[in-house]
Design a protein around this ligand. Sequence first.
Ligand SMILES: Nc1ncnc2c1ncn2[C@@H]1O[C@H](COP(=O)(O)OP(=O)(O)OP(=O)(O)O)[C@@H](O)[C@H]1O
Ligand SMILES: [Mg+2]
Length: 419
Amino acid sequence: MIEWPASDTGWDDQSFVEMSLDKILNRKRLVILGLNSGTSADGLDLAALRFSRSSKGVRIKFLQGLTRRFDKTLRDEILRCSDSRRVSLEELISLDQMLGVFFGRKAVAFVNSLATSGVAVDAVASHGQTVRHMPSARRIGPYHVRGTLQLGSPEQIAKITGKVVVSDFRQADIALGGEGAPITVEAMRRLLADSNESRLIVNIGGMANFFYFPRGAGSSGTRAADCGPGNVLCDLLSKRLFGEKYDRDGRRAAQGEVSGILMSLLKRHSARHRKTISTGREVFGVRLIERMLASAKRHSVSYQDVMATAAEFTVRSILERVVPIIARDSRVEKLYLTGGGVHNKFFVRRLKTHLGDVEVDTVDKLGMSPDLAEAAAYAVIGHNTLVSRPTATRFGSPTRQTGVPILGRIIQPPARVSW
Ligand SMILES: Nc1ncnc2c1ncn2[C@@H]1O[C@H](COP(=O)(O)OP(=O)(O)OP(=O)(O)O)[C@@H](O)[C@H]1O
Ligand SMILES: [Mg+2]
C-alpha cells in the first residue's frame, strides 16, 4: 500500500477550498444559486434557493433573485455565434470564456449582497448559453449524432465565486438518447405543481414550452415539450424592422393585421419540424425571418403586419400544444405564464381571447417570479446532482433511455493555498 503524506504537496490540506465538495455533500441545508441565460440572450437571471433535507424529503424555499443584462459586446457576440452557420472554433472558445467571466462576476456580486443579509451560498448551478441545439440526429457515416452546446466556462465561475459549480445539465440526457431538452420538467414540477390542482404552465422565453402537471397523478401524467417560438421571432423582427431589442408590450404587433400569406409560410415551415419535442434558433431564427421578410416585400405586407403575424403565429403554436390538454382535463381552469413573454401584452391578450373560459395568469400567483422560474429550476437540478439524486427528463412519451440521468458536471473551485 502506498500512502501520500499530506506534507508531500507542501501545503496544509485543511486550507484547500473555502467550500469544498466534501463539505457540501454531507450538509442537510444548502443554498444554491441558479443561473440562467436563455436563447433570447437578454441577460443572466440569478435565483438563490434554500434546500432543507429531512427524512420527509426536501423542502425548497425561494430566497431572492435578479436579472443582469448583457453588455452590448457580449450580446452581439452571443447572437452572432448562435445565428451564424460559420462560426470558428476560436470564436466559440472566446465566447465560452467571456460568458464564464460575466456569469462569475454577476454571481459573486449577488453572493456578496446575499451575505450581507445573512445568506451564505454553497454552490452555483449554471445552465450556460445555448449556441447550438441539434435535437434531430445527423447521420455521419455509421454514426447518428445529436447534441446541444451551452457555453459559459464553469471553471471561470468556480474561480471567481470560489464555489462548487454544477453545469452542462443537458449532456446526460443526450447521452441517454434524449434531445437534451426539455430538462426542467421535474424541477418545475417541484416548484410549481400542486397535488390538489391540475396545472398548465407555459414558459415564453426565446422559445415557448409547456408543462402539464395533472392533479394527484404524481409524475406519471406529467407532460412537457417545446411549443415553437417564444419571443425569438418578434425580437429578431423588432431589431430588423424598427431597430428595437424587442416589441415593448407587444405594441407593434397590436398595430398590425395578420397576413394570410405570411401565416401560411410560417405554418408550412413549422409543420416540417414537428418530429422533435424541442426546438431552437436553428429552426425559428434568422433564416426564417429572412424568408418572411422576402415574402413580405414581394406581397407588400407592412412592417406592423409582419409583426402581428409573427406574434399571432407564436400564440397559435402555444395553443396547438395546450388546447388538446385542456380538452382532455376539465380540471385545468387556468394557464399560468412564465418567462419574459408575460410582459408582451399582445401575447397575453390573444391567449386570453383564444382560451375563453380558461383563465390566463402568471406564475406570480404561485409565488414564483416569471422572470426567475428557469433560474430557480436550475438551482433545483443542481441540488439534485449534488445529493446524487437523478432528475427525470422524460415523462409519458416513449423513451429509449436506459436510466434516469443525474444531470450536470461538477466543477470545484481552485484551492486557496497557504504556503
Ligand atoms: N416589456 C416587454 N414587452 C415585450 N416583451 C418583453 C418585455 N420584457 C421582456 N420581453 C421579452 O422577454 C424576452 C426575454 O425573456 P426570457 O428572459 O424569459 O427569455 P430567455 O432568456 O430566452 O429564457 P429561456 O431560458 O426561457 O429561453 C425578451 O427578449 C423580450 O422579447
Ligand atoms: Mg432571459
